[in-house]
Every structure is written in C-alpha cells, then in structure tokens.
Design a protein around this ligand. Sequence first.
Ligand code: ZN
Length: 303
Amino acid sequence: MICKLSDKQLVAGIKIKVKEEKQIIIEVLNYLEEIDKRKLFVDYGAPSLFKFCTRILKYSDAEAAIRVKTTRAIKATPIIKEKIKDGSLSLTTAASLYAFFKNNRIQNKSKLVEHVCGRSSKEVKNIFHSLSKNPPPRMFYITLPEHLLKKLEKVGQDFDDCSELEVIECLLDKYIEQRELAKAKKTSTKQSKSQRYITREVKESVDLRAQNRCEGFSPITGKRCTSRVNLQYDHLRPISLGGDSSTENIRKLCFGCNQKAAVKAIGTEKMMQRGSATLSPDVEYYLEQTDTGLQYSFIPPGK
Ligand SMILES: [Zn+2]
C-alpha cells in the first residue's frame, strides 16, 4: 500500500506515524515507572528494572539502559516527559541528563532540560562538560590473560546467567564481606549486647543455607530469586516486633527483594516518602517450609 502513496502522502504519513511512535514511547515509560514504583520486577525473578527489561521485555542491554535511565530522569525532572512527548528531546539525551544530574548539583534542572532540547549529542556533551564540576567517572579497560579468563569461566558457572562483570562484582563483594566479618569479630564482645547484631556463627549458617544467592521468592512464579549481587542480611521479623538475630530470623536478600519486601510491608507511597526500606511495626508475616527451603512472606495489614 505504501508504494502506491504519492510523495506528499508518504511524508505526511510518516509524520503521523512518528507522532504515534512518540506517544507509544511515553506510554512504555509510564508502565516502566509504575513497575519500578511497585518493584514488580522482583516477582519475575529480575533483581532490577534493567534486568526486567532485558529478560522479560527482551530489550537489548543498550535499549534497556536508555529506557531505565529515562524513567528515572522523568521521576526526578517531570518536564523531561513533556519534551520527549513533543519530540524535542531524544531518549538518548534524556538518559544522559539522568547521569549528569546524578553526578552534578544543578540548581535549575528544568532550565538545563530546555537548553539541551533539539541539540545533537555532541552539543549536549559539550554543554555537560562546560557545566560539570566533577571529573568524568573513572573507567578503565583491562585485558584479561587467557589463564584468568579460564578461572573466571570456571567460577562463573556458579553464578547462573550473570555477566563476567557481575561475577567479578560478586567476588569482590564476598571479599569485602569477609573483611568486614573479620573486623566485626574483633569488636564482637562489645556488640553482642545489641539485639540487632548478627554473630559470625549466624552469618555463616545463613551463608551456608543461602549459598550466595538471594533467599527471596516470587509470589508469581514461586521461584527463588537468582540474584547473587549486593546481598544483605535482613531481619525477617523486625527487632521492633520482637524479632531476634537467630539463624531462623535472618535471611539474605538482594537489594531488589529487600525493597520489594518493604514495599509490600509499608506500601509504595510511604516507600516513596521515606526513600528507604523500613518496616512498619504492624506488619504480619509468616514462615513456611517449601520444597525449595524456607519461604518468607509479608502480608500487608488488612489483607
Ligand atoms: Zn532477590
């Protein structure tokens, strides 16, 4: 059908389609924003919105990164959404604004958004450079020799579908954790009085149970979270509710599951206000034995 259109009709037609395309992009970003707010990606076995975009929505890494950064940029500076909608701001520039705002303290963000609208990526880069007070992020490339690559491959088998970079991060996390443990051991006598303090023995038992993998479960797939990055010890029953620091009450959760548990417990609005994962004292929860081990769930009040 397109081949039968006149030149004028063809150009008029594509203008309409581009307008529709912009509208669809805005709708996609709205959906991502809500999924992020509810931390829904955790229920689908994804430790982050980025992983949700690549694993579930099948975006490429680059496509996912741009959409996630743009979603976050809109959250911080809503005018960005208007500019994408009217076609004056590309997703690439919106995503780079997110990174720039994160690293630089800008008084009038809206003014800068207006300023970069309609400019090429090179022009935007120059503007950022002239305004930047911070040095560019440290990035360096390393070439791994064959024998190190083989070791990485060998260790990587224990890390499911993690990338090489994630495996390296996990290993470094583990080293830092061990170093912290050694430090904590020195001061354990002083700290053991605190109920919140988790002893080395408890951490070791939890580590043994968790096998360096998040202990969160998806209520949708019933599957255990696959994340092995940024694992934190979490009190299942909060100390304020009479919980203790025993092996049974301590679980290892990734950042995403930790956030998700808090969202379930106190709701998205409160989470947005607090900006951190804390539990309200009126939360009910249960603990049950399943085929895959101990499963913990939070039940929001009144449900
Ligand atoms: Zn998790």
